[in-house]
Design a protein around this ligand. Sequence first.
Ligand code: FES
Ligand SMILES: [Fe+2]
Length: 353
Amino acid sequence: MDDLRLASYPPPYPDGWYRLASSKSLRRGRARCLECLGRALVVWRTTDADDVFAMSAFCPHLGANLADGRVCGDRIECPFHAWQFTGDGRVASVPYSSTPPTRAVAESFPVEEVHGSIFMYHRDSQTRQQADDAVPHGVPRVPEIDDGRLVLRGRYNAGRTRTHMIELIENASDTAHFRYLHSRMNIPWTLIPVPGVGLEHTARLDLDDDRESCRPQLDIETVLKVRGRPIERTRASTRVTFTGAGSILNFRLKIPDAGEIEIIQTQLPVAPLEQQVDFCWFADPKMPRAVVWYAVGNWISQWRNDVRIWEAKIFRQSPTLCRDDGPVMCLRRCWAQYYPDWTPTAAVRTPRN
Ligand code: FES
Ligand SMILES: [Fe+2]
């Protein structure tokens, strides 16, 4: 069934910023090999400054894995014949030759470190990429994290999901599914329902008129229902901001009388139908940790409801939509900018009565 599913989706590695690892997992002078986005990468941190570089892992000389080499200052040295490379993919030295190749030889990638994570920009193109390539936008920064109003409260490695990037982002336009998939209250972090307790969501999507930047925002208001009755003092609001093709999502939760939480969810495609998913979250320093744990855990259990659907579905290139579905095709046309080799087709509309 995986072959059928895979054939239905757009290309697996759209353009965009991708979280590779947490900053603290890569210490000074260390290199790591990462397999993702249809390639093997070497990522290293310089010994004397805190710069991070990402480059194709296989040495342009005779193909050794550079991640098995060592970091020398800001360079990576190959374990096979000790050629040294700078982060822009150029050969810096060949120890047994006075005429090393002068042009950039390895594919290298723009890198940013934001809020404790390392991100890389990837383009789904046949042309060789370089670390100093111009990129259309940066990794989104949250001002309240930068200035300390929100502090780190946790990280969660959610492991791999067997789905395509586009499903997470298509959730934003598919406003109809909330009532059927997200109306049950689960024990936080799990799929175990809490008897008699439900959730009611009201979702509103703000489409960015500027097709180029396309960072739609989804506003969701949620209220707890006990035996069918809404408990007004539990009414909370969430703004979800999508960046790129779905590789970075920022959730801002406002909980009455408690404060605000920022959850950053990232997806990294490690294979065509396999996403590594990570969450990290920041909260008002005064917010009780139990409240933060509960709110984040509730969010993640709702995301798990989606995952159950995504892991068994195909992608309908021409879905049959009805009048009251959300702006599914409108957002697909916007997100097509991240898929240079994909053009969304038209939806099939049910006739109006
Ligand atoms: S294979 Fe890397 S220096 Fe020869
Ligand atoms: Fe959903």
